[in-house]
Design a protein around this ligand. Structure first.
Ligand code: SF4
Length: 503
């Protein structure tokens, strides 16, 4: 059955792709003709057609081959890359130090950054030359840009072997098999069809032995007009609490002491679930994760300010392992810009939520995201942002200059702000926030803080970089193993880090 279906796929040149799946037969590859395409109304049909699946478990078949994963973008992508690496290693592959040494190169793409397309195709161009020298090399492109652009990548870079989206990461090995047998292939699913298909359910090869990300939701049901995530990651799906706790427990048994719970909007966790007749809530999940033996630090990202409520702040304050750290993305301080962004709050409401959190959680460190120059932003709108930033006194901020992302509503809006104006506003914002961050760092001097060592400093091997519970980086003289907890006295403050002495 499977072989017959594969033969059919290789021989027939269909058109249209409802489910976003595009199959390019080997014959098309050899002749350089346009990709062959087949309509796949649903993935169950794909399975019926005999496409290879991940079940039953396969025998590792690429022992000794090497791989390299290059990740663009956010923590969610970093986490997905750990899963992709884990999958490749489950097939016998070993990590290479660079793309030019690797048999299989995976690019896990992002659409958030400006000029992401140029960066991707530029890099693919350099890999093309490498592939000419080593025809056995395989190149895979996955992640958000692959999800959005579907067939474009194979059309623009015919030397790519596999294109896969954000919803079918688990099919990487099957798609590699397919490309070896039939030539380049693109398979992009429109949605994640079951919790089992989440990247979190795959084996992982983590970068850190003591710290791990744990996905609790994928996708997003919001519609922030600057954001591509709802389009490329789909509707929100929550993992069941038992799955999350099971993963955290396994991680703790493996020596992990710090977990970061990941979701596009963690505060809406569980709304799509029914556990014993009710929807679990994020506050309860935090408390349950806090009960796992061995986990000494819990962080999470990101909450949406409109959904951030007192129950979560209370759970943070009452769960010892949850760090006193909150990333609360402001984006703008202007009421009209926030409305145009579809954010569901205004500056006043944001500050009220922040005050509530700080009242409940002593010593809370707060970071944020801010976009400068959203379409229609006037001088007064920007001044409103500066006012909220001054009032909020964030410990740190990730600041961005607006640039239109194809496919987002904001890209189509009128009133785009001149680049020079954006730059000038951006500089003023950075100056203000840098001042606040430095002032806040100075307040730490003289304090005794528990830090978790991350590893040697990149600039000085005789110094380690560590983090406080508030997520402030601290440099400490000496040689301490990654994963070590220790107390330090903060001796000096720098604009973006602290210097501490081991106690
Ligand atoms: S909450 Fe808004 S910014 Fe965050 S992922 Fe969803 S749509 Fe994007």
């Amino acid at each position: 059955m499977a072989i017959e279906a594969r033969c059919a796929l290789a021989a027939v040149d269909f058109s249209v792709s409802e489910a976003g799946a595009i199959w390019r037969p080997a014959s098309a590859r050899a002749s350089g003709s346009a990709p062959g395409r087949i309509t796949l109304p649903a993935m169950t049909d794909a399975v019926l057609l005999g496409m290879p699946t991940r079940k039953p478990p396969r025998v590792a078949s690429r022992a000794g081959r090497s791989y390299f994963v290059r990740t663009y973008g956010c923590q969610m992508n970093e986490h997905d890359s750990e899963r992709i690496s884990g999958l490749l290693e489950s097939d016998g592959m070993v990590a290479a130090d660079s793309a030019i040494e690797a048999d299989v190169v995976v690019l896990n793409t992002c659409t958030i950054r400006e000029n992401a397309d140029q960066a991707l195709y530029g890099y693919l161009g350099s890999l093309k030359a490498e592939k000419v020298n080593r025809p056995g090399m395989q190149i895979l492109v996955g992640g958000c840009m692959a999800q959005r652009d579907r067939d474009v990548i194979l059309n623009r870079a015919a030397w790519v072997d596999v294109v896969f989206g954000t919803h079918n990461t688990h099919r990487v090995l099957d798609l590699l098999d397919h490309s070896e047998e039939w030539g380049p292939v693109a398979e992009v699913w429109d949605e994640t069809t079951s919790v089992e298909d989440m990247p979190s359910m795959l084996p992982a090869n983590r970068d850190s032995e003591h710290s791990a990300w744990v996905t609790i939701t994928i996708g997003c049901n919001n519609s922030c007009t600057f954001c591509i995530v709802p389009m490329v990651r789909g509707r929100e799906i929550s993992r069941r609490p038992g799955d999350v706790i099971g993963e955290v427990t396994r991680l703790a048994n493996d020596g992990v002491v710090e977990v970061t719970l990941l979701g596009q909007n963690v505060n809406s966790y569980g709304r799509d679930l029914d556990v014993n007749g009710r929807s679990p809530i994020f506050a309860d999940l935090l408390r349950r994760v806090g009960e796992v033996d061995g986990i000494r630090r819990i962080r999470y990202t990101s909450p949406h300010p409109k959904d951030f409520r007192e129950d979560v702040a209370l759970a943070m304050a009452e769960t010892e392992a949850v760090c006193e750290q909150l990333h609360l993305p402001l984006q703008s301080g202007s009421t009209s810009i926030l409305a145009a962004m579809h954010r569901g709050y205004n500056g006043t409401r944001f500050l009220e939520k922040l005050a509530m959190a700080r009242d409940i959680i002593p010593d809370l460190a707060v970071s944020t995201d801010i976009i400068v120059g959203f379409p229609g932003e006037t001088d007064q709108d920007f001044q409103d942002t500066l006012d909220v930033v001054a009032a909020a006194q964030f410990d740190s901020a990730f600041t961005f200059q607006f640039s239109p992302r194809p496919g987002t509503p904001a890209a189509e809006m009128e009133g785009h702000v001149d680049r020079d104006v954006i730059q000038e506003r951006f500089n003023r914002l950075i100056e203000l926030q840098n001042r606040i961050t430095f002032d806040k760092n100075r307040l730490q001097v003289g304090r005794a803080e528990e830090v978790l060592v991350e590893g040697p400093s990149k600039k000085n091997p005789d110094v380690v970089t560590a983090r406080t519970r508030g997520n402030r980086p601290v440099h400490v003289d000496g040689h301490f193993d990654a994963g070590t907890f220790m107390m330090v006295e903060v001796e000096r403050a720098a604009p973006h880090h602290l210097h501490g002495r081991a106690l």
